[in-house]
Design a binder for this molecule. Sequence first.
Ligand SMILES: [Zn+2]
Length: 217
Amino acid sequence: MKKRILGKSTQGRDLECFVFESENPNAKNFVLMGGFHGDEPEGVWVVEHFLNSEMAKEFKEANLYVIPQVNPDGVAASTRVNANGVDLNRNFPTVDWNAEAREAKYNPGAKALSEIEAQIMHDFILEVRPILFISCHCYIPQVNVNGDCKEASVYLSEKTKYPVTRDVGYTTPGCFGQWVLEAIGTPSITLEIEERMGKKLAVEKFPQHFVETFRRF
Ligand SMILES: [Zn+2]
């Protein structure tokens, strides 16, 4: 496993990526991430638990990139938004990006990619070009899907008992998953963990299923 610093956050924290490389030169790339929203700690805990376990090493047939905290300043402050008050998951250049914020906590920024953390993730995705990624958040429990990854999402849904959904119940212009789908055609799964589930239950329930979910793709 190699640690890579993808860049620095608004407040100068490292945006860390942990890379598990396959020996197979033709291996495909997968990404697992958490901490887009700093007030959704379960999403960070399950990714960190996965990282500190032996689970990632079992996935020898693929290259796996693990990013526990996309928004390290938000995680440090326990805020949804980054240090500039921007919701990073509304800051990507989707075709429907707009400057309108339904509420302050959904502030999309002055323009798409105004935020350094979004720029870092943008460049990372265009470099690595994963074939599927899983992003861990907290909200109404669901396995939310962007694009076509039916077998993988159904598998994760069966294991977690969370339903597969196509939208979260409201529009999300500028969201990361939609941008990745538009930019490189890669589908994604947003795992929405029950809010305030707590660390113990969350790390027992989810990390063990990530590798098998990737394998179903
Ligand atoms: Zn979230």
